[in-house]
Structure formats: structure tokens, C-alpha cells
Design a protein around this ligand. Structure first.
Ligand code: PRP
Length: 189
């Protein structure tokens, strides 16, 4: 697996340091009570787990599932499928919700969630991402909290996958062109 990795884009130490400052920023802005942290599965799992342990606010956690990439394909077309939406909508009624995801790429996923939760009686809906790509749609999407801006490259690790793999890497890494090509071919097979 390590042979598929090209370079470390963000080290575990840099992630940890940035999460410390992000949590301070968020803790000061978010209300102290009635906060629901909503990790977006599966990619947002690792980030949300590390972030929530740094937040001083009185909060509950409700996960929601979202999938828009099938294998290696991108979200440039197609719908976002949301799982557990009814439970999520019920959990945020009368609460301040913070949706926590791993990456902002086209904005379709966060857009779909923000729309779905906004009409559910939430007092406020905020969004938080670990990574925001340097591409037009991502930069134009209004997001409340961003840990890192990154180049428009394919990245894995710290929750992010390629064909389901690499989520367990402690760093955020790029893949070699060969690994990407191989994964693309496998996902189409
Ligand atoms: C990925 C990622 C984000 C979304 C970002 O999810 O985790 O949720 O795509 O892309 P967007 O801004 O273009 O919507 P994916 O559907 O791959 O599922 P996963 O979280 O299980 O990896």
C-alpha cells in the first residue's frame, strides 16, 4: 500500500496542531449548549472524532451518511444519496447543528445536507470541513470552518479513501499517477 503513496501533503503533527486552533475558533463561535455535531460518513469520521474531543461545548453527536462518488468517479454529475436523514432531521430540531465532513470538492454533499437540515427546524446550520480544494466550486461554496486549503489533487488518508482504501492513514497523502490509473481501471471493471 505504501508504494501507492506519492507524498505526504499534511503530516499527522500538522493536522493535530491545526485542529487545536480550529477547535478554539469553533468553541468560541458556537453556542455553549444545544449543539449537534454531525459527522458525514464515511469520510468525516476520523476528522470529527478528533475535532469533537477538542470542543468544550455541550454537544451531542448524530451521524449522517452521504455518498456521491461511486468508486473512483467524481461528483461532477449525479445525485448525492443521504442515509439516516430522518434521524438526523429529528436530532437537530431546536438545536444548532454543525455538519463535519472531510473534503469540500464540488459542494454537492454539503449543499444537499444544508438544504435538508435547514428545513428541519434547526436553529442554525453550520458547516465544517477538514480540506477545501483549490477549485472554483469549492472556493465559491459558503462554508463556516475550514481546517486546510489544498491544491486540486486527489488525496487520501485521515478518513479519505480511494476505492475504499487508505482511510486509516494518519497523514493526508497524494497517490502516484500509477496507483490512480490502476484504481480507476479497477473501479470500472
Ligand atoms: C466524498 C467526501 C465528501 C464528498 C465531497 O464522499 O467524503 O463527503 O465526497 O465531495 P463534493 O463536495 O463534491 O460533494 P464520498 O461520496 O466519496 O463518500 P465517503 O465519505 O464514504 O468517502
Amino acid at each position: 500500500m505504501q508504494g501507492d503513496l506519492d507524498k505526504i501533503l499534511i503530516s499527522p503533527e500538522a493536522i493535530s496542531k491545526r485542529l487545536d486552533s480550529l477547535a478554539k475558533e469553533m468553541g468560541a463561535i458556537l453556542p455553549h449548549h444545544d449543539v449537534v455535531l454531525m459527522p458525514v460518513l464515511t469520510g468525516g469520521l476520523v476528522f470529527a472524532a478528533d475535532l469533537m474531543r477538542r470542543l468544550p461545548n455541550r454537544l451531542t453527536v448524530t451521524c449522517v451518511g452521504a455518498s456521491s462518488y461511486a468508486g473512483a468517479r467524481t461528483t461532477s454529475s449525479g445525485e448525492v444519496r443521504l442515509d439516516g436523514l430522518e434521524a438526523a432531521r429529528a436530532a437537530v430540531r431546536g438545536k444548532h447543528v454543525v455538519v463535519v465532513d472531510d473534503i469540500l470538492d464540488t459542494g454537492r454533499t454539503l449543499g444537499a445536507l444544508r438544504d435538508a437540515l435547514g428545513a428541519s427546524g434547526a436553529l442554525s446550520v453550520k458547516t465544517c470541513v477538514l480540506l477545501r480544494k483549490d477549485r472554483l466550486e469549492a472556493q465559491a461554496f459558503p462554508v463556516n470552518f475550514v481546517a486546510f486549503d489544498i491544491p486540486d489533487e486527489f488525496v487520501v488518508g485521515y478518513g479519505l479513501d480511494f476505492n475504499g482504501l487508505y482511510r486509516n492513514l494518519p497523514a493526508i497523502c497524494t497517490l502516484t499517477p500509477e496507483a490512480i490509473a490502476k484504481g480507476m481501471a479497477e473501479s470500472k471493471a
